[in-house]
Write a protein that binds this ligand. Structure first.
Ligand SMILES: Nc1ccn([C@@H]2O[C@H](COP(=O)(O)O)[C@@H](O)[C@H]2O)c(=O)n1
Ligand SMILES: C[C@@]1(CO)OP(=O)(O)OP(=O)(O)OC[C@H]1O
Length: 157
């Protein structure tokens, strides 16, 4: 049994939507990133890589590599899940938290859970996604960016 934790943050910038948890949400800004900026999937990748002691997302998919420019982070997640399986583990469950003053995530959580469960190759009830504001405190509260945290438990296949 192995546990892993992941964290990521992306700043708001130009754009008219964000992609989070594999789900597009229309918004007045986008997230600045080399990839599609999916802060939640990046935190999940880091939790999985952490659980198998394989470093972090930047080590496997460097943001200096043009191959990952604008990449769909679901592709990165599926690649990390393959690595987890190769190591002899599968995902038992995942819990995660999006920290965002805006946009509102609630109506999109179900779609995120479906995407994540599909990519992790688990049932939907093995995946939880929560969202919270910071009550207008700090950089998140000033709507400068979004944070995400993830914790994953792996068991032998
Ligand atoms: N970006 C967000 C933030 C929060 N939610 C939902 O609102 C609830 C209350 O949030 P507080 O930060 O005021 O405690 C929270 O539990 C989420 O259900 C959201 O959908 N999107
Ligand atoms: C995902 C990668 C690769 O495109 O780039 P970004 O989208 O900038 O995201 P970050 O969370 O900084 O993580 C690692 C990167 O290697």
């Amino acid at each position: 049994m192995r546990i892993g934790h992941g964290y990521d943050v992306h700043a708001f910038g130009e754009g008219d939507h964000i992609v989070i948890g594999g789900t597009r949400i229309d918004y007045t800004q986008g997230l600045v990133a080399h990839s599609d900026g999916d802060v939640l999937l990046h935190a999940i990748c880091d939790a999985l890589l952490g659980a198998i002691a394989a470093g972090d997302i930047g080590k496997h998919f460097p943001d200096t590599d043009a191959a990952y420019a604008g990449v769909d982070s679901r592709e990165l997640l599926r690649s990390v899940v393959e690595r987890v399986h190769e190591k002899g583990y599968r995902v038992e469950n995942l819990d995660s938290t999006i920290v965002a003053q805006a946009p509102k995530m609630a109506t999109h959580i179900g779609a995120m859970v479906s995407c994540i469960a599909q990519d992790l190759q688990v049932e939907r009830d093995a995946v939880n996604v929560k969202a919270t504001t910071t009550e207008k405190l700090g950089f998140v509260g000033r709507k400068e960016g979004i944070e995400a945290y993830a914790v994953v438990l792996l068991v032998s296949r």
